[in-house]
Design a protein around this ligand. Sequence first.
Ligand SMILES: [Zn+2]
Length: 340
Amino acid sequence: MVVARTEKENKDAITQLRSQLKGYPAVTDEYLEQFLVARSWSVEGALKQLVDMFAWRKENDIDFYPVATKENGLPVLYPIRGYSSIPDQNLVAQPGVAESVLRVYSHMGGSCLHKIDKDGCPIYIERLGYHQAKELAKHTTAEEIFHYHIGCNEFLHRVIMKDCSQKAGKPINRETVIFDCTGMGWQRKYNRISSGEFHMPAINLIRTISDVDQKYYPETLNRLFLVNAPTAFVYVWKIVKAWLDPGTIDKIQILGKDYQAELLTHIDAENLPSFLGGECTCDHLPGGCVPSQVLKNAPKNIPGDDNQNVPTAYNTDIMEQAKVSEELRGHTTQVEAPLN
Ligand SMILES: [Zn+2]
């Protein structure tokens, strides 16, 4: 049974949690609330998760991860559209971006951080149906996927969330995600799924990422829409559901072919790509709203000598420079001061 909490109880929990975080970097109330919500408002539970998160960030130098900004001109790790603080652009084989990022991205069905929903949250769209899960598991390492994911997460939170917060005039720390299943092999391979032959390495990669997000970036999902979902998805959904918090499950909608009205309830037509029932076409960039290397609707990214074969998202010199250059780290929103 869910017991309704009062505003005062929530505020008290935040104060209590903050008082126990002496010696740790200063963070916002909203950030503390994310951890409290993730731990069903247990101050003790949230404290433990926060302490673990700070340790993880320090151990992995996450505060020093370089992120693309308008000022530092670093290449983005995935396409972006519609934010005022950084120009619209695609992920291209620009100098500085690691070869591993281009390789990971070449097997993804296509993704884009595309404008905002009616809550003011950034929308991340992924053509999940064109995802080459097998190739991804075969040609990339868990370390490369980890770095790519961290690079994208840090960019989202330090650059895009800040942009959206300014636009909304309130803190924005959640994203809305649309997974488009169009093209999904599961529709054809129904029998293989039910016989348990579904690509386990791919599922393990998803699980690793989902673990990282729940532990270290908790409560950052506004809504998740899975559209054009094949009927067989319910089988996989049962597996995935077991890894998610109950609070997360409530935000997720699995929709078949009739999803447009639901998306338009939460997203203005001008911010929604036309292939998802909206009016946006992003004609100003190759690939339109959501470029895809798999669909070949944008030029192929051929790695050159300036794209190092390293597991990190950027070349080694950029990773090293970011440790001493604030400009390469962009802004920090949640964590106000970097760890020493
Ligand atoms: Zn668009």
